[in-house]
Design a protein around this ligand. Structure first.
Ligand code: MRU
Length: 356
């Protein structure tokens, strides 16, 4: 099985810290950001040093451990209020990816259970660290499993378009959309990838191409506005992207621009797949219009990387995500199987027992 050749998140027990491959500097520099404080973990998530729905969830889980370590250095105990404040600080970092709230809910449940039992600070921290490691391991396993399911949908020699980065950089290790691609390549399918640049923060050109080149999977970079043209020219066989939050009806929030790609795929009669773990499904929301969409700093649009490309005073609208309606989605690939959006709700009580 093709394993990623780099480590996105690493817990360093000797330093009691979380080491992140700092994605703000890729692809030109491979630098690490070592988070030793709760504030640093929150900043890393907000500023996209670590990004991608599953990776944000894993980072936040370790952030809770770091927060408890910090709060218990003087006195070896923590109040329920202080523990809740740690969870709240991490929950306030980014609003769209539900994996963040899913992971924090797990950490909260374990932490509150420990507090009720009267654990001291050290015992609580150890209990939370075990849960964070479990979230990391489950994330990795889920993506390897969904990769295997998804690979069955990929014809030999397929030319696949992807948007943003839904790879090992966005997860504990393996990737969702790129996990399917990794699994297809391992199965000898000889795929070729087209990566959308993904304005404004260029996750496609900076991260997806970097990751695929490392794995020796053939990749061609295109600007976002070239996707429909490539489809019209018969250069694309299917589209796979990741997800930040999937509503109960299958409407899916993902990186801004995903919706346009889905519309273009529909117009050209191409399959459009979402690859995501079940922790990305939010059954509490009936449809995509209820998904909170993050709006980011206007300068991300006024600048292209470090170069200013628009007047400083121009008004800017900068939503980080959009919602692709379920009607445009051919199937959702999860670690528990492949579902059409229509099958999702029905599977909720059977195949898709989602922990919340
Ligand atoms: O703003 P980002 O870089 O965190 O956005 C990431 C995406 O939109 C990914 O496609 C999504 O989180 C899935 S990652 C497996």
């Amino acid at each position: 099985m093709l394993k990623s050749t780099f480590q996105t998140l690493t817990w360093l027990e000797e330093n009691r810290s979380l080491r992140l491959l700092d994605q703000r500097y890729l692809p030109t520099e491979e630098l690490f950001f070592e988070c030793r404080s709760l504030r640093q973990v929150a900043e890393a998530i907000k500023t996209l040093a670590v990004r991608g729905a599953p990776a944000i969830g894993v980072a936040a889980a370790y952030g809770v451990v770091i927060g408890v370590q910090e709060a218990t250095t003087v006195e070896n105990s923590i109040t329920t209020q202080k523990f809740s404040a740690i969870i709240d600080e991490l929950a306030a970092t980014r609003p769209t990816a539900v994996n963040l709230f899913w992971a924090l809910a797990r950490m909260k449940k374990v932490g509150e259970g420990g507090l009720k039992k009267g654990l001291d600070g050290t015992q609580l921290r150890d209990l939370l660290l075990t849960e964070a490691h479990r979230i990391y391991a489950e994330d990795d396993q889920a993506h390897r499993r969904l990769g295997e399911y998804g690979a069955k949908l990929i014809p030999t020699g397929a030319r696949i378009l992807t948007h943003c980065n839904a790879g090992a950089l966005a997860c504990a290790e393996y990737g969702t959309a790129l996990g399917v691609i990794r699994a297809a390549q391992t199965a000898g399918k000889n795929v070729k990838i087209y990566a959308d640049e993904t304005r404004p923060l260029l996750q496609g050109s900076r991260l997806t191409t970097w990751e695929l080149l490392k794995e020796k999977i053939p990749v061609t970079l295109i600007c976002d506005n070239m996707a429909a043209h490539c489809m019209a020219k018969g250069m694309i066989d299917l589209v796979i992207v990741g997800a930040d939050r999937i509503a109960a009806n299958g409407d899916t929030a993902n990186k801004i621009g995903t919706y346009s790609v889905a519309l273009a795929a529909k117009a050209h009669n191409l399959p459009f797949y979402i690859a995501a773990p079940t922790s990305t499904i939010d059954f509490s929301l009936a449809e995509g219009s209820a998904i909170p969409i993050e709006e980011r700093d206007p300068d991300e649009v006024r600048f292209f990387g470090k170069k200013q490309t628009a007047p400083s005073e121009v008004a800017v609208y900068n939503p980080a995500f959009d919602v692709t309606p379920a009607a445009l989605i051919s199937a959702i690939i999860t670690e528990k199987g492949i579902f059409t959006p229509a099958e999702l709700s029905a599977a909720r009580e059977s195949t898709l027992k989602v922990e919340s």
